[in-house]
Design a binder for this molecule. Structure first.
Ligand SMILES: Cc1ncc(C[n+]2csc(CCOP(=O)(O)OP(=O)(O)O)c2C)c(N)n1
Length: 368
């Protein structure tokens, strides 16, 4: 099969290039028949436009003071959406704090994402129905959780893989190496999906690591490694489909490096102009934009036109505005909520802190 051969070539000879299916001009490098049909291609486009629209709206909400700090993902839509669409409902997803394009595409309500960034407890509890774990803010710790879940799937003879999402900075953590090692030794069904967006906050990749690529690290653990153009939604989809197939066949974990770029700030509390030339980098990366290249492809195939584009824009705005107004109309979260969902039974020091908070709230007239 052409796809498999192409992926193997890259994993055994890591180099500066990556696996690509759809060029920035929207042309196919290899056939996608039997892998991606028209309705999936159009669906990918719809998801990416929806995600970019809500990402921009969330930044506006934060700037208006109606939401807390927010981590934007514009530029990374293909890496997130291409990968999540390659999963089945039984698979387990372990996101970090930047994966709302992926979680919402998998079915997590947008309201939950907004609740999370408003600092509400009910936004941070994951989404059990779709096997989505809560977002991990500690860098790389959730890779170990994904490995543990994959081990459980193995023991229970379940046909499910676990996928962990993380960034280039996470690959410098001990947890990353321990995870790859343990998953490799036990040939566990895990996909390590690294979105190499070039920066860990202000640290560029060349200061993060002396490895030329992240994918090449797979060979140290003798597991599969794939370096894919992370702005090519077809390429990411095929790479993750291949990784998933291998995992379910008992061939073990895969490290997928999706090469991409975050257009904006690390979070709304960051200013990227302080540590990189935004103008130069945006000029370069916008030419490789994941959404524009797919639109070019769809238009060429007569699968998309201006009328559908306007309708999609209107639908996205309506649905997103509705989700936002639902969350904004909720009564404010109670401060005591911060003590819930950590311990089944609160230990003495937590009980004391809770009592102290209640005293302060009563004094300030915020609690009866
Ligand atoms: C264990 C740990 N150390 C440090 C931090 C502080 N921190 C938050 S985000 C971040 C950078 C992560 O960069 P990367 O892994 O490339 O992911 P990205 O933010 O680019 O998606 C750091 C160091 C943290 N959250 N957890």
């Amino acid at each position: 099969m052409i796809i498999e051969e192409s992926l193997r070539r890259i994993s055994s000879e890591p180099h500066e290039d990556f696996y690509q299916v759809l060029t920035p001009e929207g042309e196919l490098l290899i056939p996608i028949d039997g892998m991606i049909d028209n309705s999936l291609a159009v669906g990918m486009y719809r998801h990416m436009v929806y995600a970019r629209t809500f990402d921009r709206k969330c930044i506006s909400l934060q700037r208006q003071g109606r939401m807390g700090t927010y981590a934007p993902f514009e530029g990374q839509e293909a890496a997130q959406i291409g990968s999540v669409l390659a999963l089945s409902d039984d698979d387990w997803m372990f996101p970090s704090y930047r994966e709302h394009a992926a979680t919402v595409t998998r079915g997590q309500p947008l309201q939950t994402v907004i609740r999370y960034w408003k600092g509400r407890l009910d936004g941070g509890v994951g989404y059990r129905e779709k096997h989505i774990l809560p977002p991990s803010v500690p860098i790389a710790t959730h890779l170990l959780h994904a490995v543990g879940a994959a081990w459980a799937s193995r023991i229970r003879h379940e046909a499910a893989v676990s996928i962990a999402y993380f960034g280039d900075g996470a690959t410098s953590e001990g947890d990353f190496h321990e995870s790859l090692n343990f998953a490799g030794v036990n040939r566990l069904p895990v996909i390590f999906l690294c979105q190499n967006n070039g920066y860990a906050i202000s640290v560029p990749f060349n200061k993060q690591s002396s490895s030329r690529t992240i994918a090449q690290r797979a060979s140290a653990y003798d597991i599969e490694g794939i370096r894919v153009d992370g702005n090519d939604v077809f390429g990411v989809y095929m790479a993750v489909s291949e990784a998933r197939k291998r995992a379910l066949e008992g061939q073990g974990p895969t490290l997928v490096e999706a090469v991409t770029f975050r257009y904006g700030a690390h979070t709304t509390a960051d200013d990227p102009k302080k540590y990189r030339d935004q103008e130069e980098l945006l000029a370069k990366w916008r030419k490789r934009d994941p959404i524009h290249r797919l639109r070019r492809f769809l238009e060429r195939e007569d699968l998309w036109d201006e009328r559908q584009e306007s309708q999609l824009a209107a639908d996205c705005t309506e649905q997103i505005d509705q989700a936002i107004s639902e969350v904004l109309s909720l009564p404010p979260e109670q401060p005591e909520a911060m003590f819930e969902h950590v311990y089944a039974e609160a230990p003495w020091h937590i009980a004391e802190q809770r009592e102290e908070l209640n005293r302060i709230l009563r004094k300030d007239g915020m609690q009866s």
